[in-house]
Design a protein around this ligand. Structure first.
Ligand SMILES: [Zn+2]
Length: 343
């Protein structure tokens, strides 16, 4: 058994570890108002594809409402995400758990809209909670999110040094150079998750700051304070809120900028559009590969063929009926090519 990735001392004996704490994923993953098994409903968009997963008992209407058309790709890629075995030892898992339990208490505290409010008075707690999630996403295989190697190491060092089993023992070293230039901002749409679907989405395109959506929270992690003045990277239309959010350091209480549900909805729509575009690009790429394997001229499938195939796949009753399979795709592709070649 390999050693625990955090402490690198004990064997990584823990199974069923959540990369993102369960109290958040159960809000993201489940159909609104349902915490039952097989009702998970989640999303993950990576650089190349939109991946998503859902429990077998989620209603088809709900799926359609969320995904629009339900494609074979969605069904094929369906796997319950974010639970890993043998990454950590039991002791480190308990250290993560302590911070998750403490931070979870802030969920029900009072909030404000269109301004910053203090979400956690105890310094360092929020910082360690959010960076523990970001670090775990980074070390998880195929999470679609990766910190630069030296940044991943730095966060690992900080977490291993300061995560305690009992929150009362939490202290920090003001002279620790690892803590001197790092900080984060949080934007939140309070109680959005009680009514609507939310996202777990970490884009590989944003590094300064690293930007993530975790449930109703938008998290921005800065490895250098100078990035506060750097180039604007508008994360799905959240820039105006991010710019107003207070920059939290490890040594301060945690401030959050509250936004209206309508504002989160716009950001959410932008993510969905991005996902749809990625899926179309992916299908287009696959068709180009088929074209090349069949010995076609050039690198791309002839536009006439490609647009007709894509139109038919989108309109296919089989796919719409959620019976879409690879066979159905192949059937459409072969039929279309045959037809067009004989006209
Ligand atoms: Zn450990």
């Amino acid at each position: 058994m390999r050693n625990c990735i955090l402490c690198d001392k004990n064997p990584a004996d823990k199974t069923g570890s959540h990369i993102v704490p369960h109290f958040l994923t159960k809000r993201i993953d489940n159909e609104v108002g349902s915490h039952a098994r097989d009702k998970e409903l989640g999303f993950r968009i990576t650089q190349d594809t939109t991946e998503s997963y859902f429990g077998s008992a989620v209603l088809p209407e709900k799926l359609e409402e969320v995904y629009g058309e339900v494609t074979e790709e969605i069904i094929e890629n369906n796997n319950i995400d974010g639970i890993v075995d043998n990454y950590f030892c039991t002791n480190c898992e308990n250290r993560f758990g302590e911070f998750e339990n403490e931070y979870a208490k802030s969920l029900t505290k009072s909030t404000s809209l269109n301004k910053n409010y203090v979400s956690e008075k105890r310094p360092f707690l929020g910082f360690l909670f959010w960076t523990s999630i970001i670090w775990r996403l980074s070390i998880q295989d195929d999470s679609g999110f990766k910190l630069k190697p030296q940044e991943e190491k730095k966060l690992g060092r900080i977490l291993n040094k300061y995560l305690v089993l009992n929150i009362k023992e939490l202290t920090f070293d003001k002279n620790d150079s690892d803590l001197s230039d790092i900080g984060y901002k949080i934007v939140r749409s309070p109680k959005f998750s009680d009514k609507f679907s939310t996202w777990l989405h970490c884009s590989p395109y944003y590094e300064r700051p690293y930007s993530l959506i975790i449930d109703e929270y938008l998290v921005f992690l800065y490895f250098k304070k100078s990035h506060l003045k750097g180039m604007v990277q508008d994360f799905y239309g959240s820039e105006e809120f991010k710019s107003q959010a207070i920059f939290n350091t490890p040594f301060t209480d945690e401030n959050i900028f509250g936004i209206e549900h309508e504002d989160y909805k716009i950001i959410s729509q932008n993510i969905a559009l991005f996902g749809a575009r990625k899926r179309i690009e992916n299908l287009s790429w696959k068709l180009d590969m088929i074209h090349q394997r069949l010995g076609g001229k050039g690198k791309q499938m002839y536009p006439k063929y490609k647009s007709e195939i894509m139109k038919r796949i989108t309109n296919s009753e089989e796919v719409l009926a959620k019976k879409g399979t690879t066979e159905e795709y192949i059937k459409i592709i072969i039929e279309t090519i045959n037809e067009l070649q004989n006209t």
